[in-house]
Design a protein around this ligand. Structure first.
Ligand code: ZN
Length: 233
C-alpha cells in the first residue's frame, strides 16, 4: 500500500485525451455484420461448388418485349449434387442460406419444384460485386430459390435468416430423377412473396399458376447464373 504513489502525483487528465463521447459513435441501428455469401450446401465449400454441378444453368430465350419465352424447358437454375454407390446418400444433406435475408416462399411439395424455399436478400445486404456484375438497380432485392428439398425447417414468410443458417435438407421431391439441390438466382422488386406456387398439374390453382408464371416467365424477375453469385471477389 505504502509503495503506491500518492494520487496527487498523477498527471491531471487532459480533456483532449478522453475517448470519444457516445454521440460520435454510429447509431446502433447502422451496425451490421459484414456482407457474406455462404455455400448453400454444408458438405461443399463455396469455391468447390462448381465440382458438383449435375446440370448447369441454361437460360431461356428473351423475347423482344423483354419477357421470357413461355417455353419453360430450359434450366433456370443450377443443380448441385453427386452420386455415390448408394444414390440416396445425398438426400438429407443440410441446405444453408446463401445470404442474409428473409423468407419469401415456403412451398410444400408441389410440382415441379417439390418442397421449396425462396429467400429475399435486400439490396443493402448484397455484395457490391454482385450488384455491379448483374447491374441490380438500387432498392431491388436478390431472390434465391432452393428446390427438391426433403424437408424444410419450420420457416414462415417474412422470417429473417442469416447466411449459413440451416434451412432444409436435400431430397428428391417434385420433378427430379435423383436427389440434388436445384438453386436459382433472380433479382427484382423488393418485398415480393409467394404464398403458393405450382404448375403442370391438373389441380394447379389460379394463384399457384400466376405465381409460377410471375417468377419464371413474366420478366418481373431477372434470371442469372447462380455461379455468378458464388464467384469469390
Ligand atoms: Zn434444376
Amino acid at each position: 500500500m505504502t509503495s503506491l504513489p500518492p494520487t496527487s502525483t498523477l498527471p491531471p487528465p487532459t480533456p483532449t485525451a478522453l475517448p470519444p463521447t457516445s454521440t460520435s459513435l454510429p447509431p446502433t441501428s447502422t451496425l451490421q455484420p459484414p456482407i457474406t455469401i455462404c455455400s448453400p450446401l454444408a458438405v461443399q465449400p463455396l469455391d468447390k461448388l462448381s465440382e458438383i454441378i449435375t446440370q448447369p444453368f441454361k437460360p431461356p430465350l428473351v423475347l423482344d418485349n423483354g419477357t421470357y419465352k413461355e417455353e419453360d424447358a430450359t434450366h433456370h437454375g443450377l443443380d448441385l449434387g453427386y452420386y455415390t454407390r448408394d444414390k440416396q446418400l445425398f438426400t438429407g444433406t443440410p441446405v444453408l442460406a446463401a445470404l442474409d435475408g428473409k423468407i419469401a416462399a415456403v412451398i410444400h411439395d408441389r410440382p415441379p419444384y417439390g418442397e421449396m424455399l425462396i429467400l429475399e436478400t435486400p439490396f443493402e445486404r448484397l455484395p457490391v460485386e454482385v450488384i455491379a456484375s448483374q447491374e441490380i438497380p438500387t432498392g431491388d432485392s436478390l431472390y434465391t430459390l432452393y428446390a427438391h428439398l426433403q424437408n424444410t425447417q419450420p420457416l414462415e414468410i417474412g422470417q429473417s435468416v442469416t447466411c449459413g443458417q440451416p434451412l432444409a435438407e436435400t431430397g428428391l421431391t417434385g420433378w427430379t430423377g435423383g436427389p440434388h439441390l436445384h438453386f436459382e438466382t433472380r433479382w427484382g422488386p423488393a418485398g415480393q412473396t409467394f404464398a403458393a406456387m405450382a404448375y403442370y398439374v391438373a389441380d394447379t390453382t389460379d394463384e399457384e399458376r400466376a405465381n409460377y408464371e410471375k417468377w419464371r416467365m413474366s420478366g418481373v424477375f431477372q434470371l442469372f447464373d447462380p455461379l455468378e453469385l458464388f464467384k469469390q471477389p
